[in-house]
Write a protein that binds this ligand. Sequence first.
Ligand SMILES: Nc1ncnc2c1ncn2[C@@H]1O[C@H](COP(=O)(O)OP(=O)(O)OP(=O)(O)O)[C@@H](O)[C@H]1O
Length: 308
Amino acid sequence: METFLKVESLRKSFKNTEVLKGISFEVKKGEIMAILGPNGAGKSTTIRNIMGIMYPDGGTIMFENQTDIPRNRIGYLPEERGLYKNVKVMDILLYLAELKDYPAKKAKERALTYLKKFGLEGKENSSVEELSKGMGQKVQFIASILHEPEFLILDEPFSGLDPVSQELFKQEIRDLAAKGTAILLSSHQMNLVEEMCDRLFLIHRGQKVIYGTMDNVKKEYANFKCTIRGTNKLADLQGLPEVQRVEQTDDTSILYLTKDVKVASWLRHLPEQLDINELSIDRISLHEIFIDIATDKNLLKEEVVSHA
Ligand SMILES: Nc1ncnc2c1ncn2[C@@H]1O[C@H](COP(=O)(O)OP(=O)(O)OP(=O)(O)O)[C@@H](O)[C@H]1O
């Protein structure tokens, strides 16, 4: 896949605080790339530097090997929501498309198609202030994709959406990637990221912590865990082979297993005397990996994925 965006050694400080400490990543055409990190990690700062809303202190940002920002080919849904309040929905959509030099006739056709798709049929003549928060967000999302951008930046696109609308957004984002759009998505909803994204970049304290494909992150980072409901002594569980660590609350024990465990054989060799009312085996989720990193526990970490 060809690279659309290449960020290299990006640095940014506010007063004496270095928020971005030389981060590097790429977004390729046709992929959904997630940029993740705890509150204040520097995601929006990264996006604002890419969009030229603020300037980096160091490093380079290239769009198909050019430093000029190809604004007409970029779509951007910012974290700060807000559209002009007293303007009709269709007027604002056409105005924003015109700013991108997109033909008015095509913009109108596409706007009507998308309004229908997102359940806003007939709202084209409503003013923005008459819309609910979720409806306003849909209009803003439509505005970010109306001009058929080749690169789309979505900062928290799912916040405030009901589950049905979330599904619609998810499907649309997937369809856009399938058609070749390069997508950079920032979200705190780890389940959605896990479902949708091809690669992820996780920043913590202004530095890269994980960068890789979702498959690699899962393979190399998300070990298995075994949850047992039953009354068992902590020491007995800790003494089992391939067990890295055990967390116990009441009658539930979570056994975190080592990276190379052969799950089927491990299960076969569990001692008969264990008290087991229920047992499940799962991969550690992206949500758990995120909490582990964000709280500086690093309990799950055996090896950091650093290849793209
Ligand atoms: N204009 C600014 N002036 C001073 N400090 C800023 C400015 N913008 C961001 N910061 C600081 O930079 C750090 C990173 O902020 P940023 O908004 O990029 O984080 P984020 O990862 O997007 O967080 P969130 O998940 O909460 O949206 C924070 O400590 C924030 O206070």
